[in-house]
Design a protein around this ligand. Structure first.
Ligand code: NOJ
Length: 574
């Protein structure tokens, strides 16, 4: 080996020296980015890097009660008054169920490599149980969607659970609070592997289990709306982790050798930065923030148990409350080894960052998930926050989070499954320059993370379309495409960020400053003309009304009047 190196040096040519010098200076260029939070790094992604967009069933499909679909907890929750902003529901939403062909055409035009969508459990198993009824119409819908994606060379990345549990399972068993969900979910997943697994090679068991557990069973802001403070989230999460592991084993034993796919999970986490990086208590508080967020799910899957800091804090506080056992459930040794290593890839959703500092919450005064962490979250008032009130644009946090995943979990294969920004706007503006900037800077931080050695294989912009944003209804728009929800046909209009994202995809990154700077200019030129189109939309809506209501009514009246007139003439003649 040594000898070979000497030989290679022996035949060094001037162009080799030049390449070496360029390499060294590129490294210096890059090293500089490590100390400078706002630096921009020009470069491209590894060949084969996968670019995509995402959506979820309940948020976009509509068709909530057609073709044999059962009711989900989100259908039930959104139909209750006072749960969703303006009492919106996703009954029709983007009509994705009927418009999937149009949506694939949009994806094709963007030259996407993958599309991440979810399967609605009650659409294919209306009562949740495989043993009771399989809805073949629902199966056909997803089958057609998958086929058409593949025909267009777009890889499907399929989420099995993006929050829409069959309502029957909630009513009968209490949903994720009940251990029986593990087997029911496994049956559902197994059916999906059986029917779609010959074509789907990337499976995500759960989307953002943090949100399912905390918002569904602890704060009650999301379906099923339970407020079981201090216990609800931990118990639901415990069953979700077991369900994930079971599905991974099912795939591994029954399908992997035939279908050769991968099974992962999609975890969402903010980055937590210590307020004062020289203060040990802030450093530990920031570490707790991430362990209670990402580590809660990732540590069992990669290392077999909950993070030590969660066990310590929740255990201690439960003791102080006078409870005989920790509110955090415990995995048996067999469960630990069954759960450990059940992640072929990690899906990562990321949107924002918080500063974190220590804050002690005395036990006994309403213990809950948030107070268990003993910390306070802060934001920098200078961080841009164009949309959702929780979403500040802090690109550098993304690189840190990705590096955290690399070091904590043994550099797993990562697919970024969600990243994007919303807008809260009364008037429509398709020239979303803040979103272009968000994507540009966050994607750039991901590029730097890859240069740091993080194993990121793909990126999914959230989301393809404006859609139903859970308890916020339609008031927060994350889409690359604007959807006019007032119009029955739910037309889609490209925002400027569509054009911008297309440039990133076709260049596989950021080739050089001159080119990248021209992208925004060109994107804005195109969106101004789209804005005009949209301005004409009330007219389109008006025309729809004319064809659907006014024309039939006028015709009927005409026929009636003619009939009366005719009768009158007849009577006069007689
Ligand atoms: C994560 C959820 O998975 C997704 O459904 C939602 O739209 C985004 N966060 C934005 O809030």
């Amino acid at each position: 080996m040594q000898q070979m190196t000497m030989l290679q040096w022996g035949i060094l040519r001037p162009h080799h020296v030049l390449a070496l010098v360029l390499c060294v200076s590129a490294t210096e260029d890059f090293d500089w980015t490590k100390n400078e939070r706002t630096s921009f790094y020009y470069g491209t992604f590894p060949t084969g890097f996968s670019w995509g967009v995402g959506s979820s069933a309940y948020q976009t499909e509509g068709a909530w009660n057609v073709d044999g679909k059962g009711i989900s907890i989100w259908d039930a929750f959104s139909h209750k008054k006072g749960k969703i902003f303006l009492n919106d529901t996703a009954d029709s939403s983007c009509e994705g169920y009927h418009k999937f062909k149009d949506d694939i055409a949009l994806m094709k035009d963007m030259k996407l490599n993958h599309y991440r969508f979810s399967i609605s459990w009650p659409r294919i198993l209306p009562t949740g149980l495989k043993s009771e009824k399989i809805n073949e119409k629902g199966i056909k819908y997803y089958s057609d969607l998958i086929n058409m994606l593949l025909d267009n060379k777009i890889t499907p990345i399929v989420t099995l659970y993006h929050w829409d549990l069959p309502q029957v399972l909630h009513e009968k068993y209490g949903g994720w609070h009940n251990i029986s969900m593990v087997n029911y979910f496994n049956d559902f997943a197994n059916l999906c592997f059986e029917r779609f697994g010959n074509r789907v090679k990337y499976w995500i068991t759960f989307n953002n289990p943090w949100s399912i557990a905390v918002e569904g069973y602890e704060t009650g802001e999301h379906a099923p709306g339970l407020k079981l403070k201090g216990t609800g989230a931990y118990k639901a999460a415990h069953h979700i982790i077991k369900a994930h592991a079971k599905v991974w084993h099912t795939y591994d034993m029954q399908w992997r050798s035939k279908q050769k796919g991968l099974v992962g999970i999609s975890l969402t986490a903010d980055w937590g930065e210590p307020v004062d990086i020289s203060n040990q208590r802030d450093i530990e508080a920031a570490e707790r923030y991430i362990q209670f967020y990402l580590g809660w799910f990732a540590t069992p899957l990669f290392h077999g148990d909950y993070p030590q800091v969660m066990k310590d804090y929740i255990g201690r506080k439960s003791g102080q409350q006078g409870l005989g056992a920790s509110r955090l459930p415990v995995f048996s040794p067999q469960e630990k080894s069954y759960i450990k290593g059940t992640c072929d890839f990690l899906g990562l959703g990321h949107f924002t960052t918080r500063y974190v500092t220590l804050k002690n919450y005395p036990s006994g005064a309403g213990d809950n998930y948030f107070s268990d962490r003993d910390l306070a979250e802060l934001v920098d008032p200078q961080w841009p926050d164009p949309g959702s009130e929780w979403l500040y644009s802090v690109p550098w946090g993304f690189r840190r989070l990705l590096n955290f995943v690399k070091t904590q979990y043994g550099n797993p294969m990562i697919y970024v499954t969600e990243n994007g920004v919303s807008e809260k706007m009364l008037c429509t503006d398709l020239c979303d320059d803040w979103r272009m900037k968000y994507f540009k800077d966050y994607i750039n931080e991901m590029l730097k993370a890859i240069k740091d050695g993080v194993n990121v294989k793909g990126y999914t912009a959230w989301s393809l379309l404006d859609s139903f944003e859970w308890d916020e209804g339609f008031s927060e728009r994350f889409g690359l495409y604007y959807v006019d929800f007032r119009s029955k046909n739910k037309p889609r209009y490209p925002k400027a960020s569509v054009h911008y994202y297309k440039r990133i995809i076709s260049s596989n990154g950021f080739p050089n400053q001159r080119e990248v700077e021209s992208w925004k200019r060109k994107a804005v030129e195109t969106c101004s003309s789209s804005n005009q189109l949209l301005a004409a939309d009330p007219l389109i809506g008006h025309m729809e009304m004319v064809t659907e209501i006014v024309v039939p009514t006028v015709c009927t009246l005409c026929i009636l009047i003619s009939a009366v007139f005719f009768m009158f003439l007849l009577r006069r003649r007689l």
